[in-house]
Write a protein that binds this ligand. Sequence first.
Ligand code: PPS
Length: 308
Amino acid sequence: MARLDVTEVFHGISFPGHLHTQDSLQLALKFPFQDTDILIVSYPKSGTTWVQEVVSLISSKGDTHISENVPNWARSPWLEQYYCAAVLESSSSTPRVLTTHLPQHLLGPALHGSKAKVIYVSRNPKDVVVSFYHFHKMANFLPEAGSFPEFLNLFLEGKLSYGCWFDHVTGWTNQTATMNNLYHITYEELSQDPRGAIKRLSSFLQCPLVEDEVNSCVKQCSFSSMKHNKMVNYTLVPEAIMDHDKGSFMRKGKIGDWKNMFTEEQSQHFNSVFKSKMQGCTLEFVWDERDKEETRADKLSPLNNTKL
Ligand code: PPS
């Protein structure tokens, strides 16, 4: 299935036709979740692959065999992508780990009443848009990136593939009050306190780890380790689909890289759009690597107490 130039518009949101069909998207909305399922949910470029890796490692108690031998899309397929059903059929592993970029208003009904464990991953949106911009340059299944100012406007208008970041984050995180099987983890938390973040996630997944197992997870999911791991760095994807001469999937892996792309004016404009779209949202965001020293690990995530 190449369809590199095809875009599927589904409920007003654009999805790359290389990975999605109207049928696969429609099937996702009726996905029969099992109570034992683990679902990783994110807007693109928020740390999806990182959390996939952490969940694999936690589930295997720090054993790196799966991490080193099974591509991430085969161990935690995107449920809206066309190959998901085939992957699930050929795998007998429990719990099943699934991934999705779908917004809450579309996927919520399928999860209603389910005890599946849902992990929502978010990241500072300025870093998301920069990462997404660079990814558009190498991913031949996404539209042309255009200039950064053009791309930034499309992001702020919610017109990029996978829809609006603001709707995605507010839609899912608003559920934390009512869904006790939803856990919110942030890219920044994983970056600043990987050990603590892994321990908290393992406890949410009811898969407690001993110290050596935590050590192994921390090491294996570090940026340098994942950058060189073919099972997660997407170098297994053919050049025609992802052009690795134009960039790396594991690009920088940093907090605050947006400062290398945004002008002061763009940053001010972003802040004002952010303020109006996130009204009433209590999430706090880490905007800068320097916030690291000021941010205490115990202020980070679990559930509603989230500092982004
Ligand atoms: S996707 O396409 O939606 O699945 O992308 P996603 O995995 O959500 O995001 C890719 C960005 O996450 C960074 N990344 C990491 N950063 C730090 N440490 C680790 N271990 C790690 N793994 C992935 C990856 O480098 C992308 O961010 P940028 O800013 O582009 O480097």
